[in-house]
Structures are given as C-alpha cells and as structure tokens.
Design a protein around this ligand. Structure first.
Ligand code: ATR
Length: 237
C-alpha cells in the first residue's frame, strides 16, 4: 500500500485526505493519506523518509521545506515554494502543483485577454505560485501585503492603498489567510463593474470577501478548484 499525507500546522479543516481517498478509489490504487499536524519539520522529515511515499505541504511550511529537499523541480525552484514532495529512496524531490491549480482559473473562469491587471492580496507560499502564473500569462499584477518589506519587487502596495485603488483592478485575488474568521481583506468594495474575485480559501465556502462580491453581482470563485487540481497533479507525481 502506498502511504501519503499532508503536513501543516493546523489541518482540522483540510479536505486533502478526502480528495486523495477518492482518487485512490477512482483510479483503483491501494493507498492511504493522513493528516500530519507538526511543529517541527526536521523530525517529520526522518519519519517521512522511512514511512511515506510522498506528502503535500501546506501553511506554514511551503518555503521552509526547501532546506530539506535533495532535488527541486525547475518550476518549484522558480516559484520558491513547494507543496508536493516525492520520497524516492532516501531522496526528497520537491514540486509545486499550486501553479497548475491556480492556472485552472484561467482555463475556466477568467479570460486572460480581458484582464489588464490583477491585484494579489498576500505574499506567502501560495501567493508565489499565483504570481508565477500571472507572470507566465503576461498579466500585469500588483501585490498587497501586510508586511510590505517581504515583497522583493516594486509593484507592491500596502493593504490600505490597495483598498483605496481597488477599482483599478479587473481581477482581485485573496491569497492571505484572512477569511476563515469571517473577516475580509477588502474593506472598500468599490470594484470596477467587470471585476472578478478569487479567494484561495474555501472554508467557509464563500468567505466575506466573496459574499460581498456576489452581492455586487461580480463573478467569484473560491479555492476549491485550485485545491482539487493541485491534488490531482500531486497524485500523478
Ligand atoms: P500560505 O502558505 O498559505 O500562503 P503564508 O505563507 O503564511 O501561508 O502566507 C500567509 C499570508 O497571509 C501572508 O501574506 C500574510 O501576511 P504577512 O506576510 O504580513 O504575514 C497574510 N496574512 C495572514 N494574516 C493576516 C492578517 N490578519 N492581515 C493581513 N494579512 C495576513
């Protein structure tokens, strides 16, 4: 039996075991997929090398995991974040499947030619994959982050300034963890009338950020598509 799992700090809401167990069933694979809530990465790495075939990585380890990998795919290296690790003998190989997960929105929800600029709230592990997709698709973007110093390029705004200029953007993405607590990163919903909103959170199903958009008649998507697509790609790896 193949053994997989997901590591993170708090995983009580994680749907990953459910998703992967369905893949096992659909694709007739004998496998198990468990949640590993950890605080110490080095201890888990030893366990994984001896006991697992692979694991997914979520908050807050997507960047810290880089220090423990023997190989890293060119895409994950370019992004600077890893959410999928394959255990190959005693080697750990890192991949980024969040990239394909986020790109899916451009195949099914947003037409890149109708977007002149995007606003990304957040600059964490998931945000880096999102930004990489925007770069690959040649979509201009600005990043708004609470800790502005973390953002290593010029196209950045404070959360307050991004809110003040929100009507300039055709696509607004929340990749912060704000939303789980029924709060919204957007305090000024003066969007332009064609704006589309994506929240990478999915618990609650529609966050306040998305509910406000729905009330204005805007197109919105939660993070489930990204979660499922990244999981499927991880399953194939
Ligand atoms: P993930 O791997 O899920 O992307 P992460 O790397 O910890 O998680 O990133 C979390 C993001 O949410 C960061 O951009 C963080 O902002 P900081 O860089 O300033 O920490 C953002 N975030 C979390 N809580 C926030 C809050 N209360 N207000 C604004 N931004 C918040």
């Amino acid at each position: 039996m193949k053994k997989f799992g997901v590591i993170g700090k708090t995983l009580s809401h994680s749907l990953s075991p459910q998703i992967h167990e369905n893949f096992f069933e659909f694709y007739n694979v004998s496998g198990e997929y468990k949640k590993y809530e950890i605080s110490d990465l080095s201890e888990f790495i030893l366990f994984a090398k001896q006991n697992l075939d692979g694991f997914n990585v979520t908050f807050p380890f997507k960047e810290q995991i880089l220090d423990y990998l023997d190989e890293i795919s060119p895409l994950a290296k370019e992004i600077g974040s890893v959410n999928c690790v394959k255990v190959d003998g005693d080697k750990l190989i890192g991949y980024n499947t969040d990239f394909e997960g986020f790109k899916y929105y451009f195949d099914h929800f947003v037409n890149k030619d109708s977007i002149s600029n995007a606003l990304v709230f957040g600059y964490g592990g998931a945000s880096k994959a999102i930004i990489s997709v925007l770069k690959h698709l040649n979509v201009d973007f600005v990043v708004a982050n609470r800790t502005l110093e973390k953002v290593p390029f010029d196209n950045k705004l404070s959360i307050e300034d991004a809110n003040a200029q929100i009507n300039h953007f055709d696509l607004v993405i929340n990749s912060t963890s704000v939303g789980y607590n029924f709060d919204s990163i957007v305090s000024n919903c003066a969007y332009n009338e064609n704006a589309k909103l994506i929240d990478i959170n999915y618990e609650p199903y529609f966050t306040k950020f998305l509910k406000d958009g729905i009330n204005l008649g805007l197109g919105v998507k939660n993070g489930l598509d990204m979660l499922i697509v990244q999981a499927l790609q991880s399953f194939y790896i």
